[in-house]
Design a protein around this ligand. Structure first.
Ligand SMILES: C=CC1=C(C)c2cc3[nH]c(cc4nc(cc5[nH]c(cc1n2)c(C)c5CCC(=O)O)C(CCC(=O)O)=C4C)c(C)c3C=C
Ligand SMILES: [Fe+2]
Ligand SMILES: [Fe+2]
Length: 468
């Protein structure tokens, strides 16, 4: 890390930690299962010509968003029913859906307000479709005749729908590309887990070659594209050198990182470092900071929180602030409403005089071209692909098996909670069933109490979203 660490105003940077997901994948690279075929060589600037029998597909994974206000509650149900979003101990997993129903109904009015403020729905589907189309065009220009599919985790077009289309199209080689630059259990991890389940149960898919790109924040094209956007927004300030660059990432609960081993925080910090290094090369040496936004509920999430960091900077006399959304490559409710409206208002109240915001990458050509390169470097090409310009060097894109990638988080999850160990110490099956039912009744009673009083264990555990 060559740039001046004194410029980091909020966090003291960790020593450049190796990317955990990369490490995991490297560790397991010799024992990949049939599920995934890895590319043993990196293909750079390759000229790839598809064999007649080969049909290449790219599956873009994203979270999806409600398209109308009526979609908001069912969308939230899908989100909270995801065990990677609300991580219940195994004993309580039967409560996942009742809880999701309860929380989605409780949260819907507040969420609806947010979506109403940005035009009545999420722009995610439109933007992701546009990214898919630009990526397809770019791949064809680079001689890769691929079809590009969009699979959303919580709303249409669902991942299952994309997979059905992939099968109908007879795709033989698939690259799976989550549209999150950094890996988190709660985002790419959740989508990959779903995909792994779908693949495991389907004979066609089990036999299809595929590779996965778990994260790609470290790619040169992405880093340069982000630096370009920042440079261009800095130019809109009266004195660009005075501006504090404020990276705002979506938060996750602290326990994801500290207990479940989510590499998200380490990847985020490394990503910010790489962007700042790129800006350094252009003689842009502004002060900068990283904070985490969009906390849901009162449990501790990654810190510093964006709102606190903004207030703090205002107190310190900072007058010019440039917000950079860093964990997502499309505009969405949290850029258009939370950053552009709520955080801007807070910043101005806190003494910031000049506020700017870097747009999300969307279909920015350098970014799309880099994604196309990532796809090409990851193509499963064993067999009938004609490839030229090969370079036998370590791939920038870690390739690996979904099963292997997620196993770490699962083993952690199985090991932890004390009640689970109790079940395993010889309680009989029928006792387990009856105790389970008793627990369900007790929890339902508490839910009723919580709804009527507005206080209770859901708030304490941070499951019921009070704030965002
Ligand atoms: C990298 C990005 C994201 C992470 C990490 C993430 C974790 C995470 N999110 C919730 C809860 C909610 N997220 C919601 C919307 C939403 N989340 C992301 C991205 C990440 N989430 C995006 C891009 C969006 C917006 C989609 C859109 O429609 O524009 C919502 C719904 C909106 C709301 O009610 O505020 C919730 C709820 C948790 C709990 C979590 C980590 C555990
Ligand atoms: Fe989220
Ligand atoms: Fe969120």
């Amino acid at each position: 890390m060559s740039h001046d660490s004194q410029r980091s105003v909020q966090f003291s940077r960790l020593p450049c930690e190796a990317n955990l997901s990369n490490r995991l994948l490297r560790k397991h690279s010799l024992s990949l299962k049939a599920l995934v075929t890895s590319n043993p060589l990196n293909i750079s600037s390759a000229s790839v010509i598809s064999d007649d029998d080969e049909k290449i597909g790219v599956l873009l994974l994203n979270l999806g968003g409600p398209e109308t206000l009526d979609d908001v509650q069912p969308f939230l149900f899908n989100l909270f029913a995801d065990p990677d979003i609300i991580r219940l101990p195994p004993l309580f997993q039967f409560l996942q859906k009742p809880l999701a129903q309860f929380i989605s109904v409780a949260r819907a009015p507040k969420s609806k307000e947010g979506y109403a403020a940005i035009g009545g729905g999420s722009p995610l589907r439109l933007i992701t479709d546009a990214q898919a189309e630009e990526l397809r065009k770019c791949l064809w220009e680079k001689n890769v005749p691929a079809k590009v599919y969009v699979g959303m985790r919580y709303w249409h077009p669902f991942t299952e729908e994309a997979i059905e289309q992939i099968k109908r199209d007879g795709i033989t080689k698939l690259v799976v590309l989550p549209l999150y630059p950094q890996f988190s259990i709660s985002t790419s991890g959740s989508s990959l887990r779903l995909l792994e389940k779908i693949f495991r149960e389907d004979e066609y898919l089990v036999n299809m070659q595929h590779t996965v790109i778990p994260s790609w924040y470290q790619r040169e094209g992405y880093i340069k594209a982000m630096a370009n956007l920042i440079q261009s927004e800095l130019g809109k300030f009266g004195d660009p050198s005075k501006v504090v660059i404020f990276f705002s990432a979506h938060g996750v609960p602290l326990a994801y990182v500290e207990e479940a081993g989510d590499p998200y925080k380490a990847e985020m910090e490394e990503c910010v470092d790489l962007i700042m290094e790129e800006l350094d090369k252009r003689n842009i040496t502004n002060a900068y900071t990283l904070a985490y936004q969009s906390r849901v509920g009162p449990v501790e999430w990654l810190k510093p929180y964006t709102e606190e960091a903004i207030t703090e900077l205002g107190k310190k006399g900072v007058e010019d602030l440039l917000a950079v959304p860093i964990s997502f490559v499309s505009e969405h409710i949290e850029t258009l409403e939370e950053i552009d409206v709520e955080y801007k208002e807070l910043a101005l109240k806190s003494g910031i005089k000049n506020w700017g915001r870097v747009p999300a990458l969307g279909t920015e050509p350098m970014f799309i071209s880099d994604l196309a390169d990532a796809v090409m470097e990851s193509l499963p090409y064993v067999g009938a692909m004609a490839v030229s310009n090969l370079e036998a060097r370590q791939s920038l894109v870690p390739l690996g098996s979904v099963e292997e990638l997620l196993a770490t988080y699962d083993s952690q999850r199985r090991e932890l909670p004390a009640p689970v160990t109790m079940w395993e110490w010889g309680w009989t099956k029928s006792a387990e069933t009856w105790n389970g039912r008793a627990a369900m009744l007790a929890v339902l009673a508490l839910l009723v109490l919580e709804v009527t009083t507005g206080k209770g264990f859901l708030h304490q555990w941070g499951i019921l979203p009070l704030s965002q």
